[in-house]
Write a protein that binds this ligand. Structure first.
Ligand code: HGY
Ligand code: MN
Ligand code: MN
Length: 418
């Protein structure tokens, strides 16, 4: 096996042009993207990615949940492939780089190997995981979770969006249900590497180009349904009201205080909030919201969930209302594979990029794939740590440093033959 030359780099302009080309699909209203999973825009983005994979000579397989696998053959057809990739779906007010950098950074890796006719022993597979964001269909990382054996395919397909559309029906509607059994590949993965923007402020603040992701924090999503009583905002005396919106507000303050009680690492908020009937002159009879708690420590997550349940019970009693809690998503904190993490760190050192170990604040498909294959992540900074916002920005240098490290870590693992 020959080591990849220290000067080996990806093509910065080609990577950046691909990112900008993909960003034209499912544009947002403020410079970012709204390419939500299983929408027509998602289908268009998938088609563009596949056309690029075809042009790069890759064989693209699709499984029954739309996960895409574009393979570059290795010299040893029996060798388990090295997988790279992330997700092309975005938040409703998403950025141009969240997920996309990992998919197109993987494609750029392939294009670079093709340019130089570098052959590896292990095949290399570029992946696009369906519905990483979990914004249209909860939970997040849905299809990679089924692939890793955490959820069943039926459970995923039955998920509905805010308008009642079923995941499985939408997948068929956009024509991206493949033939492969979901997870059929999982016992034959040599490794998985995911390049992703940090989505937080640490790397930029520390002046580091590369995050060597050693762990991912755990996540808990609890959907809270408060049932009060709709009535007239003008003629209902204050003491006669059952204001579900008020109970929700009290609980949201509790969520903030519960997370702060586990400072500095725990976080908590509710990003999904609905009140019914959401009319200006009706006391809300129902409030539905999802509490997102996260921490690197599982015991802290469990304590925050318990404290939320206690607060809900207390407030339900004080306000004579019904408050139901349902766990709708979550995963334990993950420790990534030491061998793969070392390959990332060694690549950054060999390439001379400043780097630091980091724990991922956001969830990623890698958090599930880590259960079935040796897995690690590479992070690049983002401007002001901003993500899940159309103003999400990264520099071209950061994107290319991350893709260079991905290239070298993968070549180290896939074994360069010539
Ligand atoms: O929720 C997350 O952390 C990821 O962005 N889906
Ligand atoms: Mn992401
Ligand atoms: Mn995201």
């Amino acid at each position: 096996m020959t080591a990849a030359g220290q000067n080996l780099r990806i093509d910065p302009d080609r990577l950046w042009d691909s990112l900008m080309e993909m960003a034209k699909i499912g544009p947002g209203v403020a410079g970012g993207n709204n390419r939500q999973t299983l929408t027509d825009a998602d289908a268009e983005g998938r088609a563009l990615f596949k056309s690029w994979c075809d042009a790069a000579g890759l064989e693209t397989g699709v499984d029954k949940l739309g996960n895409m696998f574009a393979t570059r053959a290795g010299t040893d057809a029996e060798a388990d492939p090295v997988y790279v990739g992330s997700h092309l779906d975005t938040q409703p007010t998403g950025g141009k780089y969240d997920g996309v950098l990992g998919v197109l950074g993987g494609l750029e890796l392939i294009r670079t190997l093709n340019d130089l006719n570098i052959r590896t022993k292990h095949p290399i597979v570029v992946t696009n995981w369906t519905n990483e964001e979990g914004t249209r269909f909860a939970p997040a990382m849905l299809a990679s979770g089924v692939f890793a054996g955490v959820h069943t395919q039926d459970w995923a397909e039955a998920k509905t969006d805010a308008k009642g559309a079923r995941f499985g029906d939408e997948l068929d509607r956009i024509g991206w249900r493949g033939e492969e059994e979901v997870g059929a590949r999982k016992d034959r993965m040599h490794a998985f590497f995911e390049l992703h923007i940090e989505q937080g402020p640490i790397l930029e603040a520390e002046g580091k180009e590369i995050g060597v992701v050693t762990h991912g924090q755990g996540l808990s999503w609890t959907q809270v349904t408060v049932t009060g009583k709709e009535s007239h905002t003008g003629s209902t005396p204050m003491l006669m009201r059952k204001n579900a919106g008020l109970a929700m507000a009290r609980l949201l303050i509790e969520v903030e205080e519960i997370a702060l009680s586990h400072a500095p690492h725990a976080v908590g908020a509710a990003g999904h909030i609905e009140v019914h009937p959401n009319s200006r002159n009706v006391i809300p009879g129902r409030a539905v919201f999802t509490v997102d708690f996260r921490s690197p420590d599982l015991a802290v997550i469990e304590d925050m969930e318990a404290k939320l349940a206690q607060a809900a019970e207390r407030i339900a009693g004080e306000m004579d209302m019904e408050i139901e809690l349902e766990k709708v998503g979550g995963f334990d904190p993950v420790a990534f594979d030491e061998g793969c993490v070392t390959a990332v760190r060694t690549a950054a050192e060999r390439l001379g990029y400043s780097h630091m170990d980091i724990i991922s604040g956001a969830g990623h498909d890698a958090c599930w794939i880590n259960r079935v294959a040796p897995t690690a992540m590479i992070m690049c900074p983002c401007v002001d740590g901003l993500s899940h916002n159309e103003a999400e920005e990264i520099t071209k240098d950061w994107a290319c440093a991350g893709a260079d490290v991905l290239l070298h870590a993968v070549l180290e693992t896939a074994e360069v033959v010539s």
